[in-house]
Design a protein around this ligand. Structure first.
Ligand code: PLP
Length: 397
């Protein structure tokens, strides 16, 4: 009780009604309150905890690296094994010539770096993003929330970046808005906060072709889709498209704060001259975070976790689409939006979920659907049990 009171007094808030669930510990697909109440974690820190909470291999890597060394010097000056090994592994797994990673602290910072890189490399100023995109909450990333839907979120923070244009995800017609003036086009491969909107693979190919034609950098935001969430290590590989730049964060740090911008070495080298120190960051690529991310990646690969994602996602979908309250399911791997049609149903369901021990959430641009994005390590029997609780909760609506 005291802790909750102090939480409201001393910890900065971003909503007038925080969930206020106290966490004591977390393991696998669950977290627990001090009273011993168990929650199925269907948010996973918004697609962060892909390898499950308290993953023993990640814990071991964190402990070992923390004991060896933590922070030494600002990013990019020292040779640190966890950074080098992680960057090498990511380069092996990314498509095409994406052979180099610039490490940062978060998703928004990765987006900032990618936008700066596009301007610096092309010498152009125009940036394009998709309507209903979410790329982070800093000024630059927020500028890329598409208009008009993003207006609700960004209006009070204007002026934001100039020379930013929005086009419609999956619109072939809008591709002609990408021109020789465009420095970069930023695009989520699957739009997460729009309520899980899948790309038309043909459109992704046309987007790639258009960017190549006019010399604009194609930047994929894989912050939510990366590290296995959609059933492939990266959504880019799922759709067989090689962008010029990939932004990574969330699960990329294995539960620790880490972001990355992957591109070709020559492209990323733009930051080394005219001016040098084109982007600097004290803690980017922190060795403990890189060790955690590398351990998480090795866990995904060694245990063939990504290979199980499509089947597990389909288990949720097949079972829950039968419930009369569920109007539609949009899904990519283990990223699902279950459409209820009305915001009032959703808000009521969130209350019921809290009682029933389910942690879910709505989406920034879609408050009529709820989210299922559990740790990718959730087992089949846990999915079956979870679906039973969700069905019971939907019955209570
Ligand atoms: N891009 C996408 C697609 C996201 O979903 C998010 C966070 O939800 C971000 C960027 C921003 O990441 P961060 O919160 O680490 O700044």
């Amino acid at each position: 009780m005291i802790l909750r009171k102090q939480f409201l007094e001393h910890v900065g808030q971003t909503s007038p009604s925080p969930m206020m669930i106290e966490v004591e510990r977390a393991e696998g697909a669950f977290f627990y309150t001090p009273e011993g109440k168990r929650y199925f974690d269907l948010v996973a820190g918004v697609s962060v905890s892909n390898v499950g909470h308290a993953n023993p291999e990640v814990i071991c890597a964190v402990q070992q690296q923390a004991a060896d060394y933590m922070h030494i010097m600002v990013y990019g000056e020292m040779v640190e094994r966890p950074q080098v090994e992680y960057a090498r592994r990511i380069a092996e797994l990314l498509p095409g010539n994406l052979d180099c990673v610039y490490f940062v602290n978060s998703g928004a910072e990765a987006v900032e770096v990618a936008l700066k890189l596009a301007k610096r490399y092309t010498g152009r100023t125009e940036l394009i993003s998709m309507r209903r995109a979410y790329h982070g909450s800093t000024h630059g990333a927020m500028s890329m929330m598409g208009t008009p839907e993003g207006e609700e979120w960004k209006a009070e923070f204007r002026p934001l970046l100039p020379d930013v244009k929005s086009i419609t995800f999956n619109s072939f017609d809008d591709l002609s808005d990408i021109t020789e003036r465009t420095a970069g086009v930023l695009c989520e491969v699957v739009q997460g906060e729009a309520g899980v909107r899948l790309p038309n693979p043909e459109w992704l190919r046309a987007l790639r072709a258009r960017c190549t034609e006019v010399g604009a950098l194609l930047i994929f935001d894989e912050i939510q889709t990366g590290m296995g969430r959609t059933g492939a290590m990266f959504a880019a590989t799922k759709y067989d498209i090689t962008p010029d730049v990939v932004c990574l964060a969330k699960a990329f740090g294995g539960g620790m704060p880490l972001g990355g911008v992957a591109a070709n070495r020559q492209l990323l080298d733009s930051f080394t001259h005219n001016p040098c120190l084109g982007h600097i960051t004290t803690f980017g690529g922190h060795p403990v975070c890189c060790a955690a991310g590398l351990a998480a990646l090795n866990y995904l690969v060694n245990n063939k976790v990504v290979e199980s994602v499509e089947h597990k996602g389909a288990m949720f979908e097949e079972r829950l689409k039968k419930h009369p309250r569920v109007l539609k399911i949009r899904r990519s791997g283990l990223l699902l939006a279950l459409e209820l049609g009305k915001a009032e149903y959703l808000y009521r369901l969130m209350e019921i979920f809290k009682e029933e021990g389910i942690m879910s959430d709505w989406f920034l641009y879609c408050d009529t659907a709820f989210r299922i994005s559990p740790p990718l390590t959730i087992t089949e029997s846990e999915i079956a049990e979870c679906c039973t609780i969700i069905e019971r909760s939907l019955d209570r609506l």
